[in-house]
Design a binder for this molecule. Structure first.
Ligand code: SAM
Length: 245
């Protein structure tokens, strides 16, 4: 598949949290990869982002999708206790991959990312983090899995500016890291590149990330208002009425 509109059509009926502009960023970074590259996705849910990564990357790329489909951190406001829904997510995930024609290309590890971190020894070209949204596991994903990304490789993080846990995890691991440079975002999906960066480049990266805090605070305000059933007020302040991601 070499056509982004075709990929969008493939995910049109796939439930999940990935906007068009975010899908376009995943598609573009997957398309940059060389043949035989390795993509790792943490947090696949029903396969929306997995399908874009699989369709957008060269045919010989390996896509490893890690998701226990166990009911915790399932989605916004679904932190724990969704085991039954998660079991059906697993069936839906497999069916969605098959319908999109990417079942063969994707290796699904039905596990928590921390369970398979030690045994996964491949170098990663593109890492997409959209699993746990609480501070400690999000931080550990960035640290443990980010360390497996090759120099020049890319790290994409969803909810980078719409989840307190993820934003705090990023602040503690990436803001002042000399190994990661912030390259921009699509809504709350942030992009980083691995390398060895000078103090000057690191300061620039930190400043550009801190500059996004206004956007983060705006999203928090929308979330508070939407949770309090004050959607009208949120809209009045500029929200489109959707949960921000
Ligand atoms: C927000 S959803 C992912 C959405 C998906 N990327 C999409 O495009 O729709 C979060 C998913 O992460 C999974 N998850 C939560 N904690 C995880 C962890 N520690 N390791 C791997 N997956 C995890 C959940 O089971 C859930 O399916």
């Amino acid at each position: 598949m070499s056509n982004f509109d075709g990929a969008l059509a493939s995910i049109a009926q796939v439930h999940g949290w990935l906007s068009r502009d975010q899908a376009e960023r995943l598609w573009a970074r997957a398309g940059d990869l060389r043949p035989q590259a390795t993509i790792v996705e943490i947090g696949s849910f029903q396969g929306r982002s997995t399908i874009v990564l699989a369709l957008g990357s060269p045919a010989t790329t390996t896509v490893v999708a890690i998701d226990p489909h166990a009911g915790n951190d399932r989605g916004p406001q679904e932190i724990s206790g969704f085991a039954a829904e998660a079991a059906s997510d697993h069936e839906t995930f497999l069916a969605n991959l098959a319908a999109a024609g990417v079942a063969e290309k994707v290796t699904h590890l039905r596990a928590w990312s921390a369970e398979v971190a030690d045994t996964f020894t491949q170098d990663i070209d593109l890492l997409y983090v959209d699993g746990a949204h609480r501070f400690a596991p999000a931080r550990d994903d960035i640290r443990c899995w980010g360390a497996k990304v090759k120099p020049g490789g890319v790290l994409l993080i969803h909810d980078a500016y719409s989840s307190i846990g993820v934003t705090a995890a990023i602040a503690s691991t990436l803001w002042w890291s000399r190994q990661w440079n912030y390259e921009g975002r699509s809504r709350s999906l942030a992009q980083y590149r691995r390398g060895n960066f000078s103090l000057f480049q690191t300061a620039g990266s930190a400043l550009r990330q801190k500059w996004q805090l206004g956007y983060f605070l705006r999203n928090l305000v929308y979330k508070v208002l939407l949770s309090a059933h004050l959607g009208t007020v949120a809209r009045w302040l500029g929200s489109n009425g959707e949960w921000p991601y």
